[in-house]
Design a protein around this ligand. Structure first.
Ligand code: 6R9
Length: 645
């Protein structure tokens, strides 16, 4: 076992921070005992409202119901751009660092305002109205942020689809949200490779006849097909419209965006967030968790296609008038020093990344880090999956040179903003622990009976009271939100994660307790991969589980039952991988595929994944009870031929 050491808050960090431990404890108590006073005050301080709310909050978690700042009005683009112009119009809002290290750009708040207003006018001209859904399928370029903000300016609801998704996955998301407009680029560039985004959109749209507008940003000038009347170039369209577009006043509870995420069953869910509560959650956590101060250069390495990119590249930082860095590339291109060189080049103070990237870079040794200066760094963050203490210590000692606190932030697409996290000036750190709840958050651990566990212990992680940025609905299927998150433990929000609480009240997230696999911080539903695999004619059945992977956190292990007479060879495996890439995207390809003449099933026909998980993890000493299996002998056969030894 790796020895866990305590890292107390350093004096200089505490002195500079917004909040020390006393302030944290006092405010936390207030946020629980007098939530309306607390949140009302925060919402007034951090956001601009065009109309005050009638009621801070009302909620009933047993029904999944929550409303925040009802009756209040605000506009997200106004809060992220316009209100900053008088004071910081010429300050940099977005630093863009291209995939190619010689390419970068600086966008001021004035410029951001002009791009967003013009694009909003283009959308309006194409008939996009308040409440309409707009799909954004973009590489990591500033236009992705412009597109999101242009939607919010006119009250359209964006649905950003990660650029790594396949045309089929994109099609499903466009149809599910009934988007009529798509914003994309000719191609994306990552690690020197080109991603054919516009071609993917064209393929997806073959089955989306309702889409009448495709706005295309010119990124590479690569060749693209063109549908006259439907497609328009971003740079041409912007020239035709005025730079004046009033921000639409939105009700606090009006929908802001949809973001698809994987669960344990069925197709991905369109998680719906609303305007006021979400923006407050993003802005407030960005300020306190990253201890953001005016003038800081802040960099979150996520992709805008995931929730981390929404809340901590775009909305949180821009609401606070910060300078946010947007990186088009990957950590190891052109070499393993890239992150650290970007930090030096732009004098980054706050750096937020995922454990999977750290583990991959750790493998390259310390030299690529030590060749760089990094003295601008003040704070480090981690997100997306549990960070193992080894990676934490490496991040702390090698990257941060023992100077920078690490905030290990636990949250989810559904929570909208960070819920469990250290605060740099307040929280003594324990490597591998997300530590304590953020303001207003009441985590609980539940046992098998659904009863709260007191004191130290382990159980299912649930949240006991509403918080402003919580999920409001699953787009088009409100009942599914209730069934997934609020039915399993009535009166609580069910996270899908397991956790342990130690004697100091610190939380240690142990990973998903449902059938969701976290591969390099990407959430993948086993059901999605399984349905892709069984599309192949040679495959009768498939069961997919996760197993520990050194770099990715978890890898995907597929047990696949072929039809009788199928030729079992590498060519068939390659076809299966291609099928997963086509249906979902290449990030969801299984690492290991094992032919399984039979799967362990109960007499009622349910696959016992628990057993498959044990085999995939090579944990054979304790297989648990197999007596309920219809045919216990299939287990030995699978163990014999297991691929992860
Ligand atoms: C923000 C984000 C959510 C799932 C979540 C959990 C895992 C995220 C974590 C973490 C341990 C952390 N997760 N942060 N596990 N420690 N600091 O990643 O959203 O893509 O919806 O994933 O990621 O399992 O349930 P999302």
């Amino acid at each position: 076992m790796f020895e866990i050491s305590l890292h107390p808050v350093k004096d200089d960090v505490r002195q500079r921070a917004h909040l020390d431990n006393d302030a944290y404890l006092r405010l936390y108590r207030q946020s629980i005992e007098q939530p309306d006073a607390f949140w009302g005050e925060q919402a007034r301080q951090l956001l601009d409202w065009s109309k005050p709310w009638d009621q801070v909050h009302s909620s009933d978690l047993s029904q999944g119901q929550a409303e925040w700042f009802k009756g209040g009005q605000l506009n997200v683009a106004h809060n992220c751009i316009d209100r900053h112009l008088a004071e910081r119009g010429e300050q940099i809002a977005i630093i863009w660092e291209g995939d190619n290290p010689s390419e970068s750009a600086h966008i001021t708040y004035n410029k951001l305002h002009s791009h967003v207003s013009r694009l909003a006018n283009v959308l309006k001209q194409r008939g996009v109205k308040k409440g309409d859904r707009v799909c954004i399928y973009m590489p990591m370029i500033p236009e992705a942020a412009y597109a999101m903000l242009a939607c919010t300016r006119i009250g359209a609801v964006h649905s950003v689809v990660f650029g790594g998704f396949s045309p089929d996955a994109l099609r499903d998301r466009i149809l599910d949200a009934d988007c009529r407009t798509v914003i994309t680029a000719d191609e994306g560039v990552r690690g020197g490779k080109y991603v054919p985004l516009k071609a993917n959109v064209d393929k997806a749209l073959q089955s989306c006849p309702a889409v009448s507008t495709v706005v295309v940003v010119e990124r590479t000038q690569g060749e693209v097909a063109w549908v006259e009347g439907r497609d328009l170039w971003y740079h041409e369209a912007l020239r035709e419209v005025s730079g004046d577009c009033p921000a639409e006043p939105m009700d606090a509870e009006d929908p802001l965006f949809i973001l698809y995420t994987s669960g344990s069953t069925g197709k991905p869910k369109g998680v719906l967030h609303s305007t006021g509560g979400y923006l407050l959650g993003a802005a407030m956590t960005h300020k306190y968790v990253f201890d953001y101060h005016e003038g800081d250069i802040y960099w979150c390495t996520a992709d805008v296609g995931w929730v981390t990119g929404h809340s901590y590249i775009v909305y949180g930082p821009l609401a606070n008038g910060a300078t946010t860095l947007m990186f088009e590339g990957v950590p190891n291109y052109p070499d393993a020093s890239r992150f650290w060189r970007v930090i030096d080049k732009h004098q980054v103070n706050i750096f937020y990344t995922a454990p999977t990237a750290l583990r991959a870079l750790m493998r390259e040794g310390e030299d690529p880090v030590k060749q760089t200066d990094r003295s601008s760094l003040r704070l480090l963050g981690s997100v997306g999956e549990p960070i193992n203490p080894e990676a934490w210590e490496w991040y702390y000692h090698v990257v941060g040179e023992c100077r920078c606190p690490i905030v290990d932030t636990w949250w989810q697409t559904e929570t909208g903003s960070i819920l469990i996290t250290p605060l740099p000036g307040a929280t003594d750190l324990k490597p591998g622990s997300a530590t304590r709840p953020f303001f207003g958050v009441q985590p609980v651990l539940l046992d098998d009976q659904g009863l709260e566990i007191d004191g130290p212990g382990a159980g299912v992680l649930a949240i006991k009271a509403s918080w402003p940025s919580q999920i409001r609905s699953v787009y088009g299927d409100h009942q599914r939100m209730i069934d997934t998150y609020f039915k399993p433990y009535p009166g609580y929000y069910f996270t899908g994660d397991g956790a342990r609480r130690d004697e100091d009240g610190y939380y240690w997230i142990t990973g998903r307790v449902d059938d969701v696999i976290n591969v390099s911080g990407h959430r993948i539903g086993t059901a999605e991969v399984e349905s892709a695999l069984v599309l192949h004619d040679a495959i009768a059945e498939a069961a997919v589980v996760g197993y520990p992977h050194d770099i990715k956190g978890q890898g995907i292990y597929a047990f696949v039952t072929p039809v009788i007479g199928a030729q079992l060879n590498d060519a068939l495996k390659a076809e299966l991988l291609a099928l997963v890439s086509k249906e979902i995207g290449s990030f969801a390809k299984p690492e290991l595929i094992q032919w399984a003449p039979g799967l362990p099933k109960t007499r009622s026909g349910k696959i016992m994944r628990r057993i498959l998980r044990k085999i995939a993890c090579n944990e054979l000493d304790n297989m648990g009870d197999t007596s309920t299996l219809a045919d216990p002998s299939v287990v030995d056969g699978l163990i014999d031929k297991r691929l992860n030894r």
